[in-house]
Write a protein of this length. Sequence first.
Length: 327
Amino acid sequence: MDWETMKKQQPTVFQMLERSFEKNRLAHAYIFEGTRGAGKKETAILLAQRMFCSKHHRTVPCGSCKDCTRIRHGNHPDVLLVEPDGKSIKKGQVEQLQKEFGYKGMESSTKVYIVNDSDKMTASAANSLLKFLEEPEGETLAILLTENIHFLLETVISRSQVLTFAPPSYERKAKLLVSEGVGESVAPLLARLPDHLLERYNEDKEWIVQGRSLVIQLTEEALNRPHQMLLTLQDKWLAHFKDREELDAGLDLLLFWYRDLLTVRHEETGLAFPEQRDQLKAEAFQRTELEVTSQLQAVLEAKRQLQANVNPQLLMERLLLRLQEGL
Ligand SMILES: [Zn+2]
């Protein structure tokens, strides 16, 4: 990931950093806070590269010199990354870091350390780090990354400049999932699920894959073979989305389909069902925008009824009727 690409995703953060570089007023410690996949670690690495790169252009590191390459590969002697050892970051790890930075004249006086998941520091590790923040040696830059800033010591926060990262876009989240081994067809759907559901179904992707097929089948039937829908509902849908929580996730998948139907009218990217682009376009051509909006509202209404304990089968039967009529 290069500077310009990350800047497009996190413009506020990068404008801040660029301004600090231009005014030569970089903080000694930064806290990068934001959700998973927001690009905190990539940004920390870019910042470290910028500190050492001899061929940088203004604030942008070249990305290919010896320093940039070593930092990217994690083997630059003056850039250290600390990660949780098991469930926590222990005092010994922070002490080890201080010891390594204690050696003088390694390559330069500038040193950068990045602490990933810094909220996982034990109390003694955090206190040890605090001393380090209070008495930085030379040009030391600390970058603490966290998804839960409220778990950090108040004293650590007050000594750092906090930069808040915007949540990642669906595309970015999907790419991250693909890099973790999720199939390309299902990643855009998983990326759109709320975090608690993503965590639950990330372990059981086959369930989402099958749910995805059911949505494709049901929406196709709503358009071309409405008499089939009740059968599919009985035989497949209710057997797959068994309890309320599962049915709610099923309705989410359905919702993504109708959102795609609105999107595909204007653009072809950013779809939750990218592999069904042709089917979506064909369907979008047969429905008016008003009809699709009303279908979208029908699904949202079903989600509300589900929360209000309406019988799932009854709720789904009503919904299917509205979906096929497009009213
Ligand atoms: Zn460079």
